[in-house]
Design a protein around this ligand. Sequence first.
Ligand code: OOG
Length: 254
Amino acid sequence: MTPAETIGVLAERLDTAQTSRTDTPSLADTHEFGIDDAYAIQAALLARREARGERIVGVKLGFTSKAKMAQMGVSDVIVGRLTDEMRIADGDDVDLSRFIHPKAEPEVAYRLCRDVDLDDPLTDIESCVDALAPAIEIIDSRYRDFRFTYTDVVADNTSAAGFVIGPWRPVESVANRAVRLRTGETEAVGSTAAILGDPVHALHALLDMCRRRRIPLRAGQVVLAGAATAAVPLAAGVTTCEVAGIGSVTLKGL
Ligand code: OOG
């Protein structure tokens, strides 16, 4: 286990990279740390953001696609936290100079309608969500050239940097829906099947990870279920994500 002091120093390094929009080399280049330490660094990073007045408003999953897990050589999803500072209203302008090298991912979001009891083995996570929506996640790794290890990316709050949620609608099955992301001249086309086979599986994986990592899930929070395509560099101008049958969501990069 890495000493608490080192955890704090590494969290500060990632925090400074984000607030100063300056990338940093992989922590793993100079420090050896495991997955428990990585989540401890993430928690310390979030504590710094909360101390500045930010509020946690949700959670996100990463590595929910087989391709991404294979690329990283892992078989587990990763969990990061979303704060109110990362939230962008549907259709709003986003100042791209807030970021280092932002990328967009087309996603499905769920809304938690009750606090989730992590200790009750009978907790039914599907009954804890009352709405879903199309969403765009902005990832912005604090690491140079998005070059990181599995533990690095967990420490860096899973690259979370921004998100925009489209109109909420009642929960239904969204398995195998076509998804299209357009940003500038680039288009990425995929399917919700890329999200652990079906986005609802992401809710179950989330419950499992939150139990293991003691990450609270509260009523009103947003859950980003994971990307339906590979991430695409976020262009200036309009970025849109459409999920067949559930609608679309937009942001405008300035
Ligand atoms: C890590 C975050 C990946 C996803 O949906 O797999 C992610 C990264 O690639 O920077 O959010």
